[in-house]
Write a protein that binds this ligand. Sequence first.
Ligand code: BG6
Length: 493
Amino acid sequence: MSVDHEIVLPCTFVIFGATGNLASNKLLPALYHLEVAARLSESLSIVAFARRPWSDEEWRTHMREVLGSKVKGSLDTPVFQRFIARFRYQQGDLNNVASYQALADRLPPESACSSTVFYLAIKPAEFSAVIHNLEAVGLNKPRGLNRVVIEKPFGEDIESARVLNQLLHQNFGEEQVYRIDHFLGKETVQNLLVFRFANTLIEPLWNRNFIDHVQITVAESIGIEKRADYYDRAGALRDMLQNHLMQLLTVVAMEPPPALEADALRDEKVKVLRSIRPIAKRAVHAHAIRAQYARGNVEGQPVLGYQEEENVEPNSITETYVAAKFYIDNWRWRGVPFYLRTGKRMKHQTSMIAIRFRHPPQQLFRETPLESIEPNWILLSIQPDESMRMEIHVKQPGLDMDTRMMQMNASFLKTDEETLDAYETLLLDVIEGDRSLFLRFDEVEWAWRVVDPILKHWTVERDYIPTYAAGSWGPADSNRLFDNDDQTWRNEL
Ligand code: BG6
């Protein structure tokens, strides 16, 4: 999309937390795919910063193991050799300023290269130490050129988000800050913009006159995967709903921006967030549900309950499932409920946006076998398949007036095409200085404001959390969010 023209291509990419989950699962594979696609400039080197006392060689062995299980095809190729040769390992402690001095000493001198990316692939609790220490050794400068990439959740509530933002701004200019929400890099999510704004067919239907309600589901079958030290503090509301699901909501609901450039898009997203009706204290129970997974079976395998996972606090009441209902009080959406839900250890991995249309205004088929006609849906699947389906009625051939529901499937991919993970797109954007798909602070702040009443309410109610069996679709109680009896969760495409 739009690139800041002053931007200088970085010659070093530093990953803080290089041995962690995020780096192994997402960043290293994505950087490797960019290498395969020949999108990394020859002069780019990558520094892996982590605590383990490893040599460059030990790091490379680790990387081979990590990538061996994550990328398709053999690693015995010149491309992999080129990729691995970009890396150096820097042993260091995030809290110790001397480690940053050692890092600075290994970076090329400013005269040779003036731009470095610092990727904070670490726990949110460690963000401020890194920002302080980068500043202490002068790595926040030169202003405008060095970039810092911050993962979500940005803060743990509205107040801490503001404090973190202030700290960032004391040390970096806004143009240096990339607040990442990787859902915005997913193909379907970007495609949603095209679907809505490049097809005149859709836009007239995209409002309260035709749409009954919207469901946004991000269900995962995985559990917390050794991330208890982070997850047990965060929970599903902070980990997923405040950021990923809220971003999906804004892309579904926003008005067409005047241009496809960073600030125009963000302005429209902020307008949506500002229009979300605040949830009153006494209404939290009616608008939000939390639950935690108990033992069960996922994809045929028995799995532990959340409280039995390694490093989870005994009797933890952290939610691994959250469902919530929001209303957007503007001309387009007034009265249309948006139901959002996400959970770990659910039946299948399914992420989708499901849009249900209203019933036809007249029961034209009352005297026929078709007494109650199912409404139309548009289903935008994000994971595991990326597709877009439209459900419409057609008449079954024959003498009677029977219909069947047809799915018109507009798969994004042709058979020989493969999609990239969101991180490829976003890392390339960081390198090329395109901030369109990154968050501005007011988006983050408004999203916190939306969920703040729920967070506050749950902080007080600390003695009990309902459970759901691992491998189910979450607690049955989540049906109580629906405004009408004919609304139910759509679990499958
Ligand atoms: C991350 C969350 O942001 O997104 C994880 O912290 C979650 O808990 C992950 O599993 C899901 O992203 P993806 O792209 O793997 O579906």
